[in-house]
Design a protein around this ligand. Structure first.
Ligand code: BGC
Length: 570
């Protein structure tokens, strides 16, 4: 298997499970740094901030699509997979970015939307005009738009059907997302070949892996609902086998907005592996629910469910990303409650979700921002940060669709927030100028200058997390408590026994969602008579008593990460 094979990339550690220990950072090229003053962020600009990202503790970048595209869906509408949008840079500049990242032991994951292309892609243009030609079968064509009525519509705000009529070919084509994004026909072997070649092209340029966008939707069938159909898994097995054979050590991350039990299928098995990682979608909205309801029960429930996954597989956890905060994984009752708390203005909603950034969602409450990050960094899985959330950037709900939270990174209080030297009117998206989140107040420079800023706090937590392999590699076991606002779990790691020198360790994580201070009794029989120590400052805490009971007090919306002296009996 590839994860045991040596990784050959220069400058990178040879840890085969690097993705399980990593802190990821999603960064939009368009919104990070504009190096040439044309109003758009670019690859050179991103490369110029690698020192900042290294300082923050980032191990891997996730870069959403930067390919040639009409940009009608933030680049997820690709018109040429082998070309970089000229506004963003060149292939040589991309190679330079990868080289500089690797020098800093930082990996680069790129996004690959394979389910569909832009309707501007040459394949589609040929497919519609020449049905008998080499690209005639590259898309899913039909004489009727009545097929597969059970396949749900994802972009409910804009689409009424998953079919659109093409006046050139005079047939309907299938599209899971926007109607300008026709789905590729994975039943056609030439599509597989084309996709494999694209994957090889980028792996040859040195990328460390892919986020496989919208991966459940590759195949449709008359029987299923078009999500995770058996041939989709067959395809992923073939893709993984090729990657393992030709590029050992590179990874595949599944974007599958489903329940963990269904998502687990995207890992495959030891014998027939598919993806190395997959995002955990259900846990995220429950963090937001708990913060307002003061109830931890839904988090306790989903975290107590054990999903069997291969030992090398890892989850990706996140608070926000470039999409809306999706509420597809919560009940209607919870959804309505969350709309009420977090999207009281209809402008804040998009599809089945909320198009706001983290800090405005949490009303800029420092206690809530810290609590949410403490969860993000201690849950089972690798954390994925969204650019700008480390400084508590705001959003702009007057912009269309998900652009509300894709505005330029706020570096300084200077013109265009230090993002660009262009005429402010020329920026692809305007910088945030709202009362609370104005770039003159919220920016990296000013937070660097304040030792108690959110930025310094986030960096510190990242470094504490990275010093304790239990967070990336350990198991998670939820403990019983007598308080409805408290979530408590133990992260346990047996040590790797490898040259990384990891020691066995156990960490107790306790979170209170209460809006007032509370006292809680935690049941942990197997921890009876163990000493506890704060992971941040080393301070001694009350021990777990001989009956395995621990009584703690927690301040309003606060948390503890406590080292458990399991191996040091007294
Ligand atoms: C991406 C979205 C995109 C959609 C269609 C998703 O899953 O995250 O941003 O709009 O795929 O490509």
């Amino acid at each position: 298997m590839s994860f045991t094979a040596p990784i050959q990339l220069p400058g990178l550690t040879r840890d085969p499970l690097w993705y399980r220990r990593s802190v990821f950072y999603e960064v939009l090229v368009s919104a990070y740094v504009d190096s040439n003053g044309d109003g758009s962020g670019d690859l050179q600009g991103l490369a110029s901030k690698l020192d900042y990202l290294q300082w923050l503790g980032i191990d891997a970048l996730w870069i959403p699509p930067f390919f040639q595209s009409p940009l009608r869906d933030g680049g997820y509408d690709v018109s040429d997979y082998r070309a970089i949008l000229p506004d963003f840079g060149t292939i040589d500049e991309f190679k330079d970015l990868v080289r500089k990242a690797h020098e800093r032991n930082m990996r680069v994951i790129i996004d690959l939307p394979l389910n569909h292309t832009s309707d501007q892609h040459d394949w589609f243009q040929q497919s519609r005009s020449d049905p008998e030609g080499p690209y005639g079968d590259f898309y899913v064509w039909s004489d009727t738009d009545e097929k597969w009525p059970d396949i749900r519509i994802i972009f409910t705000d804009t689409e009424e059907s998953n079919w659109a009529f093409d006046p050139v070919r005079r047939q309907f084509y299938f599209h899971r997302f926007f109607s300008h994004q026709p789905d590729l026909n994975f039943n056609h072997p030439a599509v597989h070949e084309a996709v494999f070649d694209i994957v090889r092209f980028w792996l040859d340029l040195g990328v460390d892996g892919f986020r496989l966008d919208a991966i459940p939707y590759l195949y449709e069938s008359d029987e299923g609902n078009g999500e995770g159909e058996p041939p989709t898994h067959e395809f992923l097995k073939e893709l993984r086998a090729m990657v393992d054979r030709e590029y050992p050590g590179r990874i595949m991350i599944a974007e599958a907005n489903q329940w963990p039990k269904e998502v687990a299928a995207f890992f495959g098995t030891d014998e027939e592996p598919e993806c190395h990682m997959a995002f955990d979608f259900p846990v995220m909205p429950r963090i937001f629910y708990s913060l307002r309801s003061q109830q931890a029960d839904e988090l306790v429930r989903v975290l107590s469910e054990v999903t069997d996954i291969p030992s090398w597989a890892g989850w990706g956890v996140f608070l926000r990303n470039h999409d809306e905060l999706t509420l597809e994984m919560v009940s209607e009752e919870y959804r309505q409650a969350m709309y009420g708390w977090y999207a009281y203005d209809p402008r804040m909603r998009a599809n089945v979700g909320i198009r706001r950034r983290l800090a405005p969602l949490l009303d800029n409450s420092r206690a809530e921002l810290e609590l949410a990050h403490a969860l993000l960094f201690s849950l089972a899985g690798s954390p994925f940060l969204y650019y700008g959330d480390e400084i508590g950037m705001g959003d702009n709900i007057w912009l269309d669709d998900r652009d509300s939270s894709r505005t330029p990174m706020q570096w300084t209080p200077d013109r265009n927030a230090g993002f660009s030297s262009a005429d402010p009117g020329k920026l692809t998206l305007p910088v945030v100028q709202s009362l609370v989140y104005n770039y003159s107040v919220v920016n990296v420079e000013s937070q660097l200058a304040q030792s108690r800023s959110l930025l310094h706090w986030v960096r510190n937590v990242i470094h504490v997390r990275k010093a304790h392999p239990a967070f990336g590699l350990g198991s998670l076991r939820v403990l019983q408590t007598d308080h409805e606002s408290v979530l408590a779990f133990v992260r346990s790691y047996e040590g790797s026994g490898t040259h990384f020198g990891d020691q066995p360790e156990d960490v107790l994580c306790v979170f209170s969602f209460g809006h007032n201070p509370i006292s809680v009794r935690i049941e942990a029989p197997e921890l009876a008579n163990t000493r506890l120590q704060d992971l941040f400052g080393g301070g001694a805490f009350p021990s777990v008593d001989e009956d395995g009971v621990l009584t703690l007090t927690l301040a309003t919306q606060s948390f503890y990460w406590l080292h458990i002296g399991r191996h040091e009996q007294y």
